[in-house]
Design a protein around this ligand. Sequence first.
Ligand SMILES: Cc1cc2nc3c(=O)[nH]c(=O)nc-3n(C[C@H](O)[C@H](O)[C@H](O)COP(=O)(O)OP(=O)(O)OC[C@H]3O[C@@H](n4cnc5c(N)ncnc54)[C@H](O)[C@@H]3O)c2cc1C
Length: 493
Amino acid sequence: MADRFDVVVIGAGSAGFAAAQTASRKGAKVALVDKGPLGGLCILWGCMPSKALLRSAEVAHLATASRLWGIETGKVAIDFRAVMARKDRLIKRFADYRIHQIHELPNTELIMGHARFVAPDRLMVGNREIRGEHVIIATGSVPFVPPIPGLEQTGYILSDDALNLAAPPRSMLVIGGGVIAVELGQFYSRMGVDVTLVEAAPHLLPKEDVDVSEALEAALSREGLRIVTGRKVIRAERRDGQKILVVARDGDETELMGQEIFVAAGRVPNVQSLNLDAAKVAMDGRRIRVNEFMQTSNPRIYAAGDAWGGSFLVHLAIAEGELAARNAVEHAMEAMDYRVVPHAVFTDPNVARVGPTEHDCAIRGVDVLVATTPFAEHGKAELMGGTALEGFVKLIADSRTGEILGAQAVGPEVADLIHELVAVISLRGSIEAFMKIPHIHPTLAEIWTYPAEEIMEILRERSLRARVTLMPGGYGPDESEECIEAPSASRPQ
Ligand SMILES: Cc1cc2nc3c(=O)[nH]c(=O)nc-3n(C[C@H](O)[C@H](O)[C@H](O)COP(=O)(O)OP(=O)(O)OC[C@H]3O[C@@H](n4cnc5c(N)ncnc54)[C@H](O)[C@@H]3O)c2cc1C
């Protein structure tokens, strides 16, 4: 006889823990299944270990450049083992706490083992059969390894390995120019490794606006990372104890050589072994098909986090897990809101964004006003010096209403600075409203007021122009936009 639960959650990572916590607090009888180790990607092999290492890299960089601030340190030495040991200590603490939280969940049985569907409402975990009125799939993701001829024979490491090396290689070829590639690439570069990033798209971080990618590329290049973009890896080889990647553009081949190859080409949902056919859960390519309620094609089965293949961010995994649990338990059928999804890249300088890019707006035909301000012209950044002077912030506002639609930044602490704009955009704030918010001086956060002021000026000028030109012509308010956009020859001087 199968044991019955109101909700079976497969996977106790960020999405699964959030789902189990939400469902169990609402009184549901929950089974939380995990094959182990407990802790989830974010804590064990993702956000937390990578950011712990990047902090050590930042300190190494500051110490090396300390003369800039009038401080002599003598020769800076990196103790790589100590860097890794600090990270391990932190990760153990975070994982222990998460395991404690899992054991404290009310109405929840933790079942350790690999889950596999045998019917739409039944799963086997080892020899035990369990049944769920609702099931939430939160099995996370695995690294994507592109099918490059010779790669398997040549050998490579993945992000789990890169976070746990016993000693740094002399040189590293990184396949990929996305978030994981640039973060860990910079970490190893600052640990003294000769790093080359290889990205097939024309720029690193291809989903960002080109000016953002270029600013990061410039910063990383200045530090000595080699950046090869617009070239595809077509072959890997091993020669004279070295690993070689052959990259090509328009038939023109180049060889890159390194001691290690790090494949950082993104991640794909980890659902292969779940036997989703038995669950009647349909796929769209590698992704699980979900609707806005996080329901799969089987309405009693939900998916959340990396497992469905959406956006691979912890805050989304948590939000989706909570929402799936609420919908499963309360049947309220709340929809996921993806309007405000901030994200950041924790390189130095950071990269951060909320809302659409300028490029997204152009593609969708949204008429926007855009203004940018470089950190090099910002007082607080000048006081800080060093890498704080790199990058810029960008604001994107609706040209008709002045509503702030998006914000992007490359620069010091922008992964934190973006939150001000997350709040404003969530509350649908306008440039005018933003300009009324006092900012403490001198802070990095003040920098947002400069592009806001620039956009405000344009809006003021437009409304002024609209008043002067439109009224004599007798146009009603509906047509005013067209008039504002009229050629400059018709504008009053
Ligand atoms: C190097 C790196 C750095 C990152 N940095 C950031 C960052 O700074 N910020 C950010 O937002 N995101 C970051 N991410 C992404 C983030 O870690 C993930 O989006 C998030 O952790 C996914 O959570 P999840 O719950 O969907 O999956 P996971 O946390 O992977 O949980 C899946 C769980 O399912 C279990 N499981 C799998 N299959 C089965 C099965 N068949 N039966 C039972 N149990 C199973 C696993 O054991 C695991 O515990 C990073 C990722 C990496 C790799």
